[in-house]
Design a protein around this ligand. Structure first.
Ligand code: ZN
Length: 154
């Protein structure tokens, strides 16, 4: 493919920068009933995800905390926006689709909305872990492990 300026790529870049500079749903969440922390030693990204899940499985609130690179912060921010108000089952499906997108098993087709802004990292293997860290942490929080997750196996 040509390397000339690509309007879609520029839009993606803008979404990532916007979420990095003004992260949504950032900070502690009072009354959270699911929580997990994750880190990506390769980059130094730290991410803590807190959720309020209703008895019927609806995700009422989701917040994240931590410090990381632009990709991990933007990914966490976009994730909270994508998952809030959905059911736990829908959140798992979103993670699967997002993971497929980043591993070239799926193509950006609009189904994932703004999350597709991160599709560009799939050609940057080191950054894929930055983008998936918040999602792995979310999964751990929903599964109730409550422990720490790492993108690198211990
Ligand atoms: Zn990173």
């Amino acid at each position: 493919m040509a390397s000339e300026s690509n309007p879609l790529r520029e839009l993606y870049q803008e979404i990532i920068l916007d979420h990095y500079r003004k992260p949504r749903n950032f900070g502690p969440l009072e009354g959270a009933n699911h929580q997990a922390a994750g880190h990506n030693p390769l980059c130094g990204d730290q991410c803590k995800v807190s959720l309020k899940v209703e008895p019927d499985g609806g995700i009422e609130e989701i917040h994240f905390e931590g410090a990381g690179c632009a990709i991990s912060t933007a990914s966490a921010s976009l994730m909270t926006e994508a998952v809030r108000g959905r059911s736990v089952a829908e959140a798992r499906k979103l993670f699967q689709r997002f993971h497929d997108l980043l591993t070239h098993k799926g193509e950006p087709d609009g189904e994932l909305g703004e999350l597709e802004a991160l599709a560009g990292v799939r050609d940057l293997p080191v950054r894929i872990k930055c983008a998936t860290l918040p999602w792995h942490t979310l999964k751990a929080a929903l599964e109730g492990h409550g422990g720490d997750v790492s993108t690198e196996k211990a």
